[in-house]
Design a binder for this molecule. Structure first.
Ligand code: BGC
Length: 450
């Protein structure tokens, strides 16, 4: 017990001692940013948008972003200093958590889209592009440095709810596992298992919880750790995934339990039809997800699963894409309708959300497993609770369209060869950073059109 208490005391001071300089891919500037504005050697603070400057590998004469804005009123909090809110009730409202709520439009994506539209010369395309800022997408907490920005958005959402009288739901992605993206390279994260990753992850979750506690009047919905559990179903032949198995499960359990304690409605990421929908994978997947649900004490806040996150599959394909041959679950609807009953019989009455943000165009890929900046993709069906199955709570846009899936630069430490396949748009910047030409295609190929 004493050891546990001293560990907590240590973790509560971690942010101030660990982030004197931001790490590679860490945040180093932006509106409301109160953390360090310089980067570790070998990386350069690079302006991404008004909300975010990031340390990217390379060198320059100055290591501080000139366009970053640092605020003197830092919103950075730690678990030891911010627990002022009362928190939500411990029982979730019955039914679909999206119903009766407006999905909060996060200013981070809106700023990216606004800047992108302003850079376009074709005025009709620019007008369509600008309208994307009014379509809700999820805010990815892909580094611990973004957690204070979540606090800002929850505060904004609370104010909007009060002024408009419309209840707000804030959509986030929890995405910072140690040894993240174990079967690929493009989205490798900031924490490693070998170097205190589990403790760092607990601290990351604790910081998210501390922010949410302060704003008990708005609802939060979260997609939990894209790709992680799916990798445990099919990629244990990859050494990094086998090594990560226990840590992933322990960390995801911690996230589910802690976020349930502050009333977050959660959907664990469940890959997509072309991954876990195959006959050999779907039952093992159902067993794993049901066991994770039980490890979170079958909390009703663990509402279900998210599919097709950052992928390109149709919800309901007009006809099967030839690359899906051999899998009767050739689209997300078939996958969900097959998986849902398996989960239910394993004791997990799961509901679903489905990402359709970049699924407007179909039959684009050479192989179903291709996932990186697919050429010719267009924005898809708009977020809605009007869905073709009672198992599906909502069609959502989880991946913010226009942010890259991964770099095509083969000398980057996060280069994944999938991003240089012939169906991947190139040249492409680092995962998560803005990809202007890709965004322009998403806009022009949007279906329905913008
Ligand atoms: C990247 C993240 C990013 C997310 C949304 C992922 O592929 O690794 O950094 O936040 O996509 O664009």
């Amino acid at each position: 017990m004493f050891k546990f208490a001293s560990l907590l005391a240590f973790l509560s001071v971690l942010p101030s001692i660990s982030y004197a300089q931001s790490q590679v891919y860490g945040q180093c500037g932006g509106i409301q940013w109160g953390g360090p504005t310089t980067c570790v050697s070998g990386s350069v603070c690079t302006y991404v948008n008004d909300y975010y400057s990031q340390c990217l590998p390379g060198s320059a004469t100055s290591s501080t972003s000139t366009r970053s804005t640092t605020s003197s009123t830092s919103t950075r909090t730690t678990t030891s200093t911010t627990t002022t809110g009362t928190g939500p009730t411990s029982t979730p409202a019955a039914g679909n958590p999206f119903v009766g709520y407006d999905v909060f439009l996060n200013p981070y994506y809106a700023a990216e889209v606004k800047a992108a539209a302003a850079a376009m010369t074709d005025s009709s395309l620019a007008a369509k592009a600008a309208s994307v800022a009014n379509i809700p997408s999820f805010f990815w907490l892909d580094t611990v440095s973004k957690v204070p920005t979540l606090g800002t958005f929850l505060s904004n959402a609370t104010a909007l709810q009060t002024s408009s009288g419309k209840k707000q739901i804030v959509p986030i992605v929890v995405y910072d596992l140690p040894d993240r993206d174990c079967a690929a390279k493009a989205s490798n994260g900031e924490f490693s298992i070998a170097n205190g990753g589990q403790a760092n992850y607990y601290n990351y979750i604790d910081q998210i919880v501390a922010q949410i506690k302060q704003y008990p009047n708005v609802r939060v919905v979260a997609v939990i750790e894209p790709d992680s559990l799916a990798n445990l179903v099919t990629n244990l032949n990859v050494a990094k995934c086998a090594n990560a198995q226990t840590t992933y499960k322990t960390c995801v359990t911690y996230a589910l339990q802690q976020l349930a304690s502050v009333g977050v409605y959660m959907y664990m990421d469940a890959g997509h039809a072309g991954w876990l929908g195959w006959p050999a994978n779907i039952q093992p997947a159902a067993s794993l997800f049901a066991s994770m649900y039980k490890s979170a004490n079958s909390s009703p806040f663990v509402r279900g699963l998210a599919t097709n996150v950052a992928n390109y599959n149709a919800l309901s394909a007009a006809s099967p894409d030839p690359i899906t041959q051999g899998n009767s679950n050739y689209d997300e609807l078939h996958y969900i309708q097959a998986l849902g009953p398996m989960l239910a019989s394993a004791g997990f009455p799961a509901q679903f959300v489905v990402d359709q943000g970049r699924s407007g165009q179909q039959n684009l890929r050479n192989q179903w497993g291709d996932w990186c900046n697919i050429k010719g993709a267009g924005f898809g069906t708009r977020p809605t609770t009007s869905t073709p199955s009672s198992l599906i709570d909502a069609i959502v846009w989880v991946k913010p369209g226009g942010e890259s899936d991964g770099t095509s630069n083969s000398s980057s430490p996060r280069f994944d060869s999938t991003c240089s396949l012939s169906d991947a748009t190139q040249p492409a910047p680092e995962a998560g950073t803005w990809f202007q030409t890709y965004f322009e295609t998403l806009v022009s190929k949007a279906n329905p059109s913008l």
